[in-house]
Design a protein around this ligand. Structure first.
Ligand code: MG
Length: 378
């Protein structure tokens, strides 16, 4: 099994043989590839299990059917793997990146991240991509021989989607591409766009389910309208959830097919012969211009109608308040931290407070807030 796997990888794909390896040497795994091992370590991590109770747009207690960061990450992995296979890329690497790309996210989605970044201004700021890397490099306490998960360079490279240039030098080999203007592996480029396909489409689906956006509004958006009418043409009596699911399914399929076709064309013309030559080429994984524009129209729609909907904004406001209050309280008096984090405070300073808060699930943050401020809780 193991040997045949490599036969379908294209020369520009990352493989066990051309990988830059792990920071701490480990023997080659038996019965699985290096990137299967990475994926397996991610799935067994504590941060991965917490994704179940962390959200992006809707807070966890708002409903059982909305996406969480866990189901989002699984959708990214599914979309990424299908496309990877068609491009001759390393499916296991795409999967490992997809499953770990959100590990460093704070509770309460972007509102939580922005709030924590503000709180951390005086201590170097807070950035979720860097935090995801910190989770897999430092924070996970699972192995006897090292901190973190000791993942391969290429998995870590994929996790570190973007960072402020000023932070690049401290990251060694991993930061170099931000200084040199190089790109990451094709697997990382793909995971990034699979993320975009996943969240745009599930936010449409969750947005409709929540009632915050409507079908009538979405009929003004080209890519949605086209797929909606296509479904209605073939199934004139279709309605309700089934109509929405078929439409979203069609959109995901169109985006994945377009991305595959466009990327094949670009890869053919750039003709990279190794993952390292990929890094010096322009971005090779991408949508056609037409589809890119339609995606952007949909994104703009979601921004103004869903993410800025007053009900979402009220929840974001509460989230910001909760994170700021937690941070300010621990900042003023670190002795209020749980003992484990008081030790970490000795070691990492205020970053330890950010680690503690970023690691919280939505409901843990709410509970911790009550424990700190409600006299009846402890
Ligand atoms: Mg994501």
């Amino acid at each position: 099994m193991h040997n045949t796997m490599h036969n379908r990888l294209a020369p520009y794909a990352v493989s066990d043989t051309n990988s830059r390896g792990r920071r701490i040497h480990e023997d080659f795994p038996t019965g699985r590839s290096q990137f299967q091992r990475d994926r397996d370590r991610i799935i067994h991590s504590t941060a991965f299990r917490r994704l179940e109770y962390k959200t992006q747009v809707f807070v966890n207690h708002e409903g059982d059917l909305f996406r969480t960061r866990l189901t989002h990450s699984l959708e990214v992995a599914q979309i990424g793997r299908s496309i990877a296979r068609n491009l001759g890329l390393n499916e296991e690497l795409v999967e490992a990146i997809a499953l770990s790309h959100d590990l460093g996210h704070t509770p309460f989605g972007h509102a939580g991240q922005d709030a924590l970044n503000n709180c951390m201004k005086a201590y170097g700021g807070f950035e979720h991509n860097l935090q995801s890397l910190r989770v897999v490099d430092v924070l996970e306490e699972h192995y006897a021989a090292f901190n973190g998960l000791n993942l391969c360079f290429e998995t870590r490279e994929g996790i570190l989607k973007r960072i402020p240039k000023s932070r690049a030098p401290e990251l060694g080999e991993l930061g170099m591409r931000f200084l040199h203007g190089h790109n990451p592996s094709l697997e990382a480029q793909l995971a990034n766009l699979a993320d975009e396909i996943a969240y745009n489409n599930h936010d449409v689906d969750d947005g409709l389910r929540s009632g915050l956006i409507t079908l009538a509004q979405l009929e003004e958006i080209e890519i949605f309208a086209r797929h909606l009418h296509h479904v209605k043409q073939h199934y004139p009596d279709i309605a309700g959830r089934r109509l929405i699911h078929e439409t979203v399914r069609g959109m995901i399929n169109t985006l994945a097919t377009d991305l595959t076709g466009q990327s094949i064309t670009r890869i053919r013309s750039a003709a990279p012969d190794s993952p390292d030559s990929v890094r010096e080429k322009p971005v090779l994984i991408g949508f056609s211009d037409a589809i890119k524009q339609q995606q952007q129209e949909l994104k703009r729609f979601l921004h103004s109608n869903l993410y800025r909907h007053y009900q979402v904004k009220r929840m974001s406001n509460k989230a910001r308040h909760t994170v700021e209050k937690l941070f300010a309280t621990f900042e003023t008096d670190p002795a209020l931290l749980p003992s484990e984090y008081q030790h970490k405070f000795q070691e990492y300073g205020y970053q330890a407070i950010a680690d503690y808060i970023a690691g919280m699930t939505d409901r843990y943050a709410i509970k911790e807030y009550q424990r700190l401020f409600a006299i009846t809780e402890n």
